[in-house]
Write a protein of this length. Structure first.
Length: 232
């Protein structure tokens, strides 16, 4: 007796949601980056985290060269250098302290940055991967991780609302990043992603009233100039 078979529409649906080992790798790297990001911010300053994150273009370029044999354009290398300089200006004075907690935060930020570089390279390597199921797998992994590590207490309504907004924005940003990395050279995608870095002090100022320092404004302008120059 033959086993039942799915109609054509069902087979197409399953094919659309199949991620394969490449999609699973991409989702796991995305999960790793997200899981390390929050503890990094809790362990050290935002400035420290963004300085480490500014190395993403170099890490992505190196991984793309090793895995894809993708040689970046000189313009992209120059723009990546300019972006790192700009973020270093933004975070001037933020590095220091020398505490064990700060060192832990820097290590977590480095792991997050390496994972994001891997996401960009995977998106470029496995271009046929459907981004929606890969993002869904990452969200499921994070949900399981959260259930395992979350404190044994109920969250109030305000905390649940904040988590809902965070989850929505985070999922959208990762989906857009992975889709962009699939369409662009990995090194260029990483450079474009650094446009987020100088915005971090502005978001903190808007939410908590912390006025950005002059170095933050100057560094932000340098990073944005590098990104726009590379993207033109």
């Amino acid at each position: 007796m033959r086993p039942p078979t799915l109609p054509g529409s069902g087979r197409r649906l399953l094919a659309g949601i199949r991620v394969g080992w490449g999609g699973l790798l991409l989702a796991t790297l995305s999960t790793t980056a997200t899981a390390l990001y929050i503890p990094a911010l809790q362990s050290t300053s935002v400035a420290n985290v963004v300085v480490v994150y500014a190395t993403a273009p170099f890490l992505t370029t190196g991984l793309a060269w090793l895995v894809l044999r993708e040689r970046p354009a000189r313009r992209t290398l120059a723009a990546a250098t300019g972006a790192v300089v700009g973020v270093a200006m933004t975070a001037a004075g933020g590095i220091g302290g020398g505490s064990a907690q700060a060192a832990r935060g820097l290590a977590l930020a480095a792991g997050m940055t390496l994972a994001l570089a891997g996401v960009a390279v995977c998106g470029r390597r496995f271009r046929t991967i459907s981004q929606v199921p890969a993002t869904a797998v990452s969200a499921l992994q994070l949900a399981v991780l959260g259930l395992l590590l979350a404190p044994d207490r109920w969250l109030d309504t305000r905390s649940l609302a904040i988590l809902a907004v965070f989850g929505t924005v985070q999922a959208l940003s990762l989906a857009c990043y992975v889709e962009g990395a699939r369409l662009l050279p990995a090194s260029r995608a990483a450079v474009l992603s650094t446009a987020d870095v100088p915005l971090a002090p502005l978001w903190v100022w808007a939410a908590f009233g912390e006025v950005p320092a002059g170095a933050s404004v100057a560094g932000g302008l340098v990073v944005l100039a590098a990104v726009l120059w590379d993207a033109r």
